[in-house]
Design a protein around this ligand. Structure first.
Ligand SMILES: [Zn+2]
Length: 437
């Protein structure tokens, strides 16, 4: 039997099928005959066979339904759906970051957990292909224990810009990174595949266990970077997923998970701290090109490094990790040692300890080769053309006797679970214990 006619919309899959039959039927004029044929045929059709008609009907209903529009002429329903999608994605991202921190906490290696911070400079957005033409990329690998462990940096030559996009790119370039002329010269080389391959090798090296890579991007560039990475993955058939998460949220959640005393009540605190950009004039952390052009503030390499410094600056002391100049903070920083929080017998040290006998013996073997003056990010080491320096900075620095860092982490998480259940929902065990006291 044909389905009942949907009076409200007037369009359903069956109706689309009848129209189709009429067009193909040898006796088009006889609508009665057509309908009879269609009804019989429809009844015998499988779900799969009916699907194209159902889909066509759905499309027709959407097209003819009275839609509301924004002042820009965009369907409100589309806008709302997009907003819902974005909100859902954002929540998923937050949950995932929280889970990651929690897992690291239970594995007692939160201080060694590597976070990958990314920044990309672009020339222009090309809407026809929904893609960005980019010119510079940098990813820093940072852990609270060792600070900036490594930085991947590459100047990207994206091929010739499409006609009509040079002017916009020139304006953007002049106001920011000034790289247009550098990457847009004859014969308009395209090294994106090469850069992508090197970047994924770097990610694989640092992502640890698990198959997905997560990179953290500033919320202002988050959308652009997500698009760039997604396009790359598609274009070069990359089999794994690279997730781009919000660095501000990571900073907020990580800071709150280690904060023993003051927890940030809202995410805006992390944004505000990053906006201060205290390390914006740090020498020797940008690429050769930007260092020479004296505009290092816009250099991707410098930006990711500064983000890492800010992160360390706010998260290390609560874990009793002594900041090391050139790794946690800029090279020539004067670091105050808080004696009240540091064990005088084993100062300036954090190794989260009692749990990791094995790790400690490994550390012991490294310590003999430890080089006090190991340059973390010196431009002499990683010039613009010299790509990657990965694994060069793996030598542990915070080597020595364990302190009470583990206890501190535990306390911080307990405090956190009391004060901010919503953000980091840790098991209530620690909380109960604390209450018993
Ligand atoms: Zn640069």
């Amino acid at each position: 039997m044909p389905p009942k006619k949907n009076k409200k919309s007037g369009k359903n899959g069956y109706w689309e099928f009848v129209l189709d039959c009429r067009n193909k039927h040898p006796n088009k004029q006889n609508m009665h005959e057509v309908q009879e044929y269609a009804a019989r045929k429809w009844a015998s059709m499988s779900k799969e066979e009916r699907r194209p008609y159902e889909e066509r009907a759905l499309l027709a209903r959407e097209m003819y339904s009275p839609a509301r529009y924004t002042t820009d002429g965009i369907d409100i329903e589309v806008v709302e759906r997009k907003e819902r999608d974005e909100a859902r994605k954002k929540q998923e991202m937050k949950d995932d970051i929280t889970r990651t921190l929690k897992a690291a906490y239970f594995a007692t290696d939160l201080d060694e957990k590597i976070f990958l911070v990314i920044h990309i400079n672009h020339l222009a957005y090309y809407p026809t292909e929904d893609k960005y033409f980019i010119c510079e990329i940098a990813i820093a690998a940072v852990s609270l224990k060792n600070g900036v462990e490594d930085v991947f940096h590459r100047i990207v030559k994206p091929g010739k810009l499409p006609l009509g996009y040079y002017g916009g790119a020139l304006t953007h370039s002049k106001e920011t990174h000034q790289m247009l002329e550098l990457v847009q010269d004859e014969p308009y080389e395209n090294n994106t595949r090469e850069v992508f391959n090197e970047m994924t090798s770097f990610l694989k090296l640092w992502r640890g266990k698990g198959s997905d890579s997560i990179v953290y991007a500033d919320e202002k560039t988050h959308e652009m970077i997500t698009k760039v990475i997604d396009n790359f993955c598609q274009e070069f058939n990359y089999p794994d997923e690279i997730k781009v998460y919000n660095f501000q949220y990571l900073f907020f959640a990580l800071r709150n998970s280690v904060a023993a005393r003051t927890v940030w009540p809202t995410e805006t605190y992390s944004s505000t701290e990053l906006e201060k950009d205290l390390y914006s004039y740090t020498p020797d952390i940008s690429c050769e090109f930007h260092e020479m052009s004296d505009i290092s503030v816009y250099c991707s390499k410098s930006i990711v490094t500064r983000y890492c410094y800010t992160l360390c600056d706010h998260c290390c002391t609560d874990l009793n990790i002594q900041l090391v100049a050139g790794f946690h903070v800029p090279k020539n920083s004067r670091i105050a040692v808080d004696s009240s929080r540091t064990n005088s017998k084993a100062p300036s040290v954090c190794s989260t300890d009692d749990y990791r006998q094995a790790a400690r013996s490994r550390v012991g073997s490294f310590s003999s080769t430890y080089d006090e003056n190991y340059p973390a990010l010196g431009s002499s080491r990683s010039s613009a053309s010299s790509v990657v320096s990965f694994s060069s900075m793996r030598t542990p620095r915070n080597v020595g006797q364990p302190t009470k860092a583990a206890t501190r982490i535990e306390q911080s998480f307990k405090a956190m679970s009391v004060r901010d259940h919503r953000n980091l929902n840790f098991p209530p065990k620690g909380y109960e214990k604390q209450n018993e006291k």
